[in-house]
Design a protein around this ligand. Structure first.
Ligand code: F6P
Length: 547
């Protein structure tokens, strides 16, 4: 390992932040708000229809100044330009990183290896639109002549989490006469439950896999083909009308038996976790229609342009990324909760887990050295208000500091009576309670017996961001996702790591391939794993042979 690598922790801004942290670490948000009655207006910013209130973070003007200096010292500006230019910034795979090209307008130009990729992007989008229209209108028929009523997306990781999150998020814009299911797990229960009530003659499978070699997806796709063919009287030719592929690997698609005219392609410069707006979004387009899908892309693009061009002090993804650095590296927060007060965003935290942790869960810098500080926080969350009655207790009164991102919309998609006011009142109340808490004196004044005072006091000083948008539309979803994508980029640039590879998932995959044949009860001994793994394998074989 290279021990001479440049470390951001030795930069003047980092050092200054560390010293600054020492001088303000006892400051309470109560004090900061009392000292500056306009704090809740000043530490905010609005762009692309997203209002970010970051005033409830444990920062001062000086903190912000130093964080912005840190971004400069890390060369963030040049790195953003390099990504948008199509430079091969994914250095361990020698690839460009161009999810931003997926939402570039038709007349845009981004050159990769001498080729403008934007027209190719739009060619695929047009093909997807044509196909989506045919399925949605009923023109595309199944093998027996019945129209398609069910769409099953088979994929995992980025080929599942984005599609399922977007489907759930945009359900109110979807064609309710179509039924959508998502199969990801190699656990056969996932597939079985997804198809148990479906008619094969009315079912379209979308096999979504960038590589088209992923064990889970290929296994589920084979089971889907067997289920379909069995349900259609053993007729293998039925596959042509019931399977489409989303992939970069035409050779493997053809080998599986899907006609490549029914394949929608993308490129190696689209990372799996950055692919929901590529062909991988076909299920989203089938659900909401091409026009709404393009609306979503326009939202992504608006945030891309903001990220690319806004001064850092007003740049939402940069601000969010820098605040994440502050919370992780200086306040020593290990996790961050994402708490959407919008039921349609129920899968958003799960989506962000892959986006953020597969990207920045790294410990090696771009030049091969070991990072000298913590990298990505652990992300998790659930929609509000549900989480309030579950894990918020720990956020309010536990021993750990857990910064929160609250997400809320000004208008409900399904307004009934006072529901939305109640929802919004709750999200505002949570941010307020976390920041300001309740002192022992306040508790006492309420008449609490002395013995209960410590239990009923809230320390407060717990940081949060609040993101507020007008309404959950396809464009709003695009903006939100792009906001987090670029915040991830910002953090990766500060830590000087590569957010675009994922070697860490390889070892487990390789070991699983080795173990699969060893689970056969007839597999010859000796097993050559550690004693724990060997014993577990033998125990499993015992269960198998008892069947
Ligand atoms: O195992 C991790 C991973 O490579 C993710 O990065 C990716 O999104 C997922 O697997 C699925 O890969 P594919 O789309 O190639 O099937």
């Amino acid at each position: 390992m290279n021990t001479n690598s440049r470390s951001i922790t030795t930069s003047p801004a980092w050092q200054a932040l560390a010293a600054h942290h020492q001088s303000i670490k006892t400051l309470h948000l109560r004090q900061l708000f009392a000292d500056d009655p306009r704090r809740g207006e000043r530490f905010t910013n609005e762009a692309a229809g997203i209002y970010l209130d970051y005033s409830k973070n444990r920062i001062t003007d000086e903190t912000l100044k130093l964080l912005l200096q840190l971004a400069d010292e890390a060369g963030l500006k040049a790195r953003i330009a390099a990504m948008f230019r199509g430079d091969k910034i994914n250095i361990t795979e020698n690839r460009s990183v161009l999810h931003v090209a997926l939402r570039a307008p038709r007349d845009g130009s981004i050159i990769v290896d001498g080729v403008n990729v934007v027209p190719e992007v739009h060619k695929v989008l047009d093909a997807m639109s044509g196909f989506a229209e045919r399925v949605r209108s009923g023109e595309w028929k199944g093998h027996t002549g019945k129209r398609i009523r069910n769409i099953v997306n088979i994929g995992i990781g980025g080929s599942d989490l984005g599609p399922v999150m977007a489907y759930e998020a945009l359900k109110s814009y979807s064609d309710r006469s179509l039924r959508f299911r998502f199969v990801s797990n190699v656990d056969s229960t996932d597939f079985t439950e997804a198809v148990h009530d479906l008619d094969p003659a009315e079912t379209l499978f979308i096999v979504a896999s960038k590589t088209f070699t992923t064990l889970e997806t290929m296994t589920n796709a084979q089971s889907a083909r067997a289920w379909l063919v069995a349900g259609l009287r053993g007729d293998e030719t039925s596959v042509a009308r019931h399977f489409v592929a989303l992939s970069t690997n035409a050779k493997e698609v053809a080998k599986f038996g899907i006609d490549t005219t029914n394949m929608f392609g993308f490129w190696d410069w689209v990372g799996g976790r950055y692919s929901m707006d590529s062909a991988i979004g076909l299920s989203t387009m089938l659900a909401i229609g091409p026009e709404h899908f393009r609306g979503m892309l326009a939202g992504f693009h608006e945030m891309d342009e903001h990220f690319r061009s806004a001064p850092f002090a007003e740049n939402l993804p940069v601000l969010m990324g820098l605040l994440a650095i502050w919370n992780t590296n200086f306040l020593d927060a290990h996790t961050t909760a994402v708490l959407p007060y919008e039921q349609y965003l129920k899968r958003f935290p799960a989506y962000l887990q892959q986006l953020i942790m597969e990207s920045n869960g790294k410990q090696v810098t771009l030049d091969g050295g070991k990072v000298a500080c913590d990298t990505s926080a652990i992300y998790w969350g659930e929609p509000g208000t549900n989480g309030q009655h579950s894990f918020y207790q720990l956020i309010h009164q536990g021993t750990r500091l857990i910064p929160c991102d609250f997400i809320v919309f000004g208008r409900a998609l399904n307004p009934i009576g006072a529901h939305h006011d109640m929802l919004v009142a709750n999200v505002f109340a949570q941010g307020e309670a976390l920041a300001f808490g309740k002192t022992a004196e306040e508790v006492r004044k309420e008449g609490s017996p002395d013995s209960l005072v410590p239990h009923r006091s809230f320390e407060g000083n717990r940081p949060s961001n609040t993101l507020m948008l007008e309404k959950l539309t396809p464009a709003a979803l695009g903006k939100l996702v792009a906001l987090y994508e670029h915040s991830v980029f910002t953090q990766g640039a500060i830590w000087n790591i590569n957010p675009f590879d994922q070697w860490g998932v390889e070892l487990g995959k390789v070991l699983a391939q080795r173990i699969i044949p060893e689970l056969d009860v007839k597999h010859a001994e000796p097993l050559k794993h550690d004693s724990s793994t060997n014993t577990l394998i033998r125990r499993y074989r015992h269960f198998k042979s008892a069947i």
